[in-house]
Design a protein around this ligand. Structure first.
Ligand code: UTP
Length: 228
């Protein structure tokens, strides 16, 4: 069975926009796909993480502690998804890659959040994909793919249906270092997938048709990042 790691942004799972309905539909989709592919879902922190991080930073709390707040929220999101999957996934999010790999023997779907300070969940997804030798990573994010420029700032920005690994690294920009959510695919994570040549699909996570096709390795609306 193919192994697929899904990096599910918190901004997709719980942006505060009809979230219950989305979480139910997503759980149903993942449940149905889990008989065809082995799924590892890494949940991000989204705006709730951002809120805690920004509030904490204003209080003067240090970056490592703020990262810890972010990780806690990513794990809370993983618990929400796991509970919605009703026994199909581990209840307590995996906290390490080896643990995730072990859990995959028992559960059809493995959920996890962040691991340690200084990372993002995109980075966790890339390292997990490497560890379990996943066939691909699907980055379910809040935009529908990789653009030639920032579409919010540049009206001439185009969606790129296919980019190479080197383009991904270039378009992701430089690594971020302070706590808080990031760009389409975290720059450090981009370098990990580029180095290991792990195919990456970028889709809008709320577009369940695109998400389904990307998970199954079929053609989808979004961006494919591969060698060719
Ligand atoms: P993410 O940036 O991964 O959340 O983690 P995100 O929600 O996916 O971003 P969106 O939803 O796509 O916008 C939130 C924060 O948690 C900390 C970092 O501070 C990160 O910015 N974190 C997360 C860690 O320190 N380590 C981890 O392994 C994961």
């Amino acid at each position: 069975m193919e192994k697929v790691v899904v990096s599910l942004g918190g901004s997709v799972l719980v942006p505060g926009d009809d979230d219950a309905r989305y979480v139910r539909a997503l759980a149903q989709l993942l449940h149905s796909l889990s008989s065809r592919v082995k799924l590892f879902v890494v949940t991000g922190g989204g705006r709730v993480a951002r809120y805690y991080i920004e509030t904490g930073r204003s209080v003067g709390i240090g970056e490592r502690t703020l990262d810890g707040f972010g990780i806690a929220v990513t794990r809370l999101n993983a618990r929400l998804l796991s509970a919605a999957l009703r026994g199909r996934a581990n209840r307590e999010p995996a906290t390490a890659y080896a643990e995730a790999a072990r859990l995959a023997r028992r559960y059809a779907i493995v959920v996890m959040g962040g691991t340690r300070p200084g990372h993002t969940t995109d980075r966790v997804s890339a390292s997990l994909a490497r560890f379990v030798q996943a066939n691909r990573i699907v980055n379910a994010t809040s935009v529908d793919g990789v653009y030639s420029a920032d579409p919010k700032r540049d009206p001439s920005a185009r969606l790129l249906p296919h980019v190479g690994f080197d383009d991904l690294v270039r378009l992701s920009g430089k690594g971020h270092r302070t706590a808080g959510p990031s760009v389409v695919f975290d720059p450090v994570a981009a370098r990990v997938v580029a180095r290991d040549r792990i195919p990456l699909s970028v889709v809008h996570g709320r577009d369940l048709r695109a998400l389904r096709a990307a998970i199954l390795g079929e053609s989808f609306h979004g961006t494919r990042v591969t060698d060719d």
